[in-house]
Design a protein around this ligand. Sequence first.
Ligand SMILES: [Zn+2]
Ligand SMILES: [Zn+2]
Ligand SMILES: [Zn+2]
Length: 201
Amino acid sequence: MVDVICPGCKRKIGSYEEQCLFCGFPIKKYLQNNNINDLKKKIICTRCGNEGSGRKKLVMLKCEYCDIPMVQIKYSDQEFIDMYNAALNKILERAMDNLGIGVLEMERMIQKNDPRILKEMINIKGMAPYAAFIKEHFPDTFNLEAFEKRIWAITPRCPKCGSTEVKFNLEFSSWMAAIGQEPVADSVSKDNICKNCGFNW
Ligand SMILES: [Zn+2]
Ligand SMILES: [Zn+2]
Ligand SMILES: [Zn+2]
């Protein structure tokens, strides 16, 4: 059985409950009203791209950024990831062409978190690749401003000066954020250095 986050009180409850045990929120009705009947499918905010399912173990049913119900789509989480990766590869191929580089050079640049790759990808799509992907799937509901606001909110920052020019111990986290995906917060560990103020934490 899948656990969800209660849209009323944000606590963990079973998806099979009639009502939230803590606050009485009518969970069953909420799921019915929003056509959510299969929690193995991808649950997502089709406005800002916030993911209700996937990496998180709990399913979120309401977007905390847009304050609207999440949408259950016809694909599973894995299918959605595969589709995104395929779309990303296509953009990367075009970026390589435009930059006149091969696969090895591109991989090296990605590893080094070279901003030219993302810049080129944004040139091609007019926005972050993940934003473009969400927009292609949900053209009627997607809102770039909401997407960017959400990314701003989840982008890791220096706790002292607030700069995003931070060298994290695991470069992977910042690369994830840079391409418009949620950074894996758990992987941001010790010995991060702020390039702006030099703060170390
Ligand atoms: Zn509740
Ligand atoms: Zn949202
Ligand atoms: Zn700083």
